[in-house]
Design a protein around this ligand. Structure first.
Ligand code: SF4
Ligand code: SF4
Ligand code: FES
Length: 222
């Protein structure tokens, strides 16, 4: 077992546990996007940032989902530094996917009501949940990342339904962007945070050509 301090409370955790899991065991809520229980950690979205104190006034911001617990570690999950950094991360993600209801809800909870960055709707935050789900749970590998930098995206090989695909639909189901979309008229840089829309999005916004339900307008979800 490993002993560490999270938000001033001494806790013991099994070696190999992530800081996120140890904090959640204590009932502490840390927002996550690329993390999903049962999938490998990717540490990409940075929404789960926590502050790790290093002594002598020094500290670092770390992705808690990808950081294993260590003996003597001192962690703050909701310090001013953490809250400020998380806000910037969510704003940047929203700039890539302004209509994602998951992101908008996250933003609302953080008191974000405006996106300060240039908005370019890419329909994907590159969280990799779909890719890991396909590979690790379905043992398929029907989809993967292609391209680099700003052209990086999730796709099938040659843009066609791969033979490896089992048509499970899991890649759509697990996507935090496909799940639900905001349907407000104007969302260029404003977020009202008052939406009660819980309806599923009619069509998947990132067609990876993997499902039997693909139609003229993309996937039909649910
Ligand atoms: S529908 Fe196909 S590509 Fe999507 S997770 Fe299932 S097997 Fe993978
Ligand atoms: S398609 Fe969805 S699940 Fe896949 S990487 Fe993009 S945002 Fe994540
Ligand atoms: S949830 Fe930890 S980096 Fe994405």
């Amino acid at each position: 077992m490993v002993e560490l301090t999270i938000d001033g409370v001494k806790v013991r955790a099994v070696e190999g546990t992530s800081v996120l899991e140890a904090a959640r065991e204590m009932g502490i809520i840390i927002p996550t996007l690329c993390y999903y229980p049962g999938l490998s950690s990717y540490g990409e979205c940075r929404v789960c940032l926590v502050e790790v104190l290093k002594g002598k006034g020094r500290s670092s911001l770390e992705a808690s989902c990808a950081m294993p617990v260590e003996n003597g570690m001192v962690v703050l999950t909701n310090s001013e530094k953490v809250k400020k950094a998380r806000k910037v991360v969510v704003e940047l993600l929203l700039a890539s996917c302004p209509t994602s209801k998951t992101l908008q809800d996250l933003a609302s909870n953080m008191g974000i009501n405006k996106i300060r960055f240039a908005v370019k709707d890419r329909g994907c935050i590159l969280c990799g949940r779909c890719v890991r789900y396909c590979r690790e749970q379905m043992r398929s590998g029907g989809i993967g990342f292609v391209g680099r930098g700003t052209s990086r995206r999730v796709a099938t090989a040659f843009g066609v339904t791969p033979v490896e695909c089992r048509n499970c639909g899991g890649c759509e189901w697990i996507c935090p962007v496909c799940e639900r979309a905001c349907t407000a008229d104007s969302l260029v840089n404003g977020l009202c945070g008052a939406c009660q829309n819980a309806a599923p999005v009619e069509t998947c916004r990132i067609c990876v050509g993997c499902s039997e339900s693909v139609g003229a307008h993309g996937h039909t979800v649910y």
